[in-house]
Design a protein around this ligand. Structure first.
Ligand SMILES: Nc1ncnc2c1ncn2[C@@H]1O[C@H](COP(=O)(O)OP(=O)(O)OP(=O)(O)O)[C@@H](O)[C@H]1O
Ligand SMILES: [Mg+2]
Length: 226
């Protein structure tokens, strides 16, 4: 058997520990349910199963991106229309928040991405903005560009992230103090996915004011004519 490095053991034991929580609840409620089948215990069991399977799929996804065994199907994509379509779908489904899309000055920005993987990273950032920003808050997606990169910003006017935890939020399993459900893996997967596309992600935030995640994707520039 290959020797597993210590940090992988740490990850493994942390992951197992996280799974114990929903499993413990499941065990307890299954006992109750078998003694006295009822709708409310059934609902708890279903919810915990969803939570556990979400957690497992996030752990598997993180291990795929971290070991770079994820197959990325790069294709050339015009990023403004890709983001516009993506953002419109989100704003059509969710009516609790205001959505603003800021087009860049420059048109026709081409990047090389895997539509599904980049879509998932984007979804993580938008879902966080929606989850942590109270109803009627505003979520703004803006695109800008430099000669080498496209820069995508997701800004919300939610509670913000305290300075001292801003560095930790990209760590696997790290969660801020929140009563919202989650695995704490979303941002670590999104960060690695963006890095696998040659980009970088950063956060700026001020408590009770705003949170802004910004990430870059390298541009595919037209070949110079000789
Ligand atoms: N837009 C945001 N506003 C305020 N806090 C945020 C925002 N986005 C992320 N956070 C903080 O960063 C932490 C890590 O985010 P991440 O997406 O990795 O995990 P999560 O949202 O807790 O769970 P899940 O991965 O299941 O979505 C969150 O727990 C929250 O404290
Ligand atoms: Mg999240």
């Amino acid at each position: 058997m290959t020797k597993i490095p210590k940090d992988q053991f740490d990850f493994l034991s942390y992951a197992a520990h996280q799974m114990q929580h929903p499993l413990g609840i499941l065990r307890g409620y299954l006992d109750l349910f078998f003694k006295n089948p009822n709708e409310s215990d059934k609902k708890v069991i279903e919810d915990e199963l969803v939570r556990l399977s979400y957690l497992i799929s996030q752990i598997l996804k993180l291990s795929k991106v971290e070991t770079e065994s994820l197959k990325i199907n790069f294709e050339k994509v015009e990023i403004i229309s890709f983001l516009r379509n993506f953002f419109e779908k989100f704003s059509q489904i969710i009516s609790t928040h205001n959505f603003v899309f800021n087009e860049p000055k420059e048109k026709n920005l081409v990047v090389s991405i895997d539509r599904n993987e980049m879509g998932e990273a984007l979804q993580t950032l938008l879902e966080n903005a929606i989850k942590y920003t109270p109803q009627n808050g505003t979520i703004k997606l803006s695109i800008s560009s430099t000669t080498k990169n496209v820069i995508i910003s997701i800004l919300d006017n939610g509670p913000g992230i305290p300075k001292k935890i801003q560095k930790k939020i990209f760590d696997p399993f790290y969660r801020g103090s929140t009563n919202k459900p989650g695995s704490g893996l979303g941002l670590s997967i999104a960060k690695k996915t963006i890095e696998l596309h040659g980009g970088k992600i950063s956060v700026k935030s001020e408590e009770k004011k705003f949170t802004e995640f910004k990430f870059t994707i390298p541009r595919v520039l037209p070949k110079k004519k000789v």
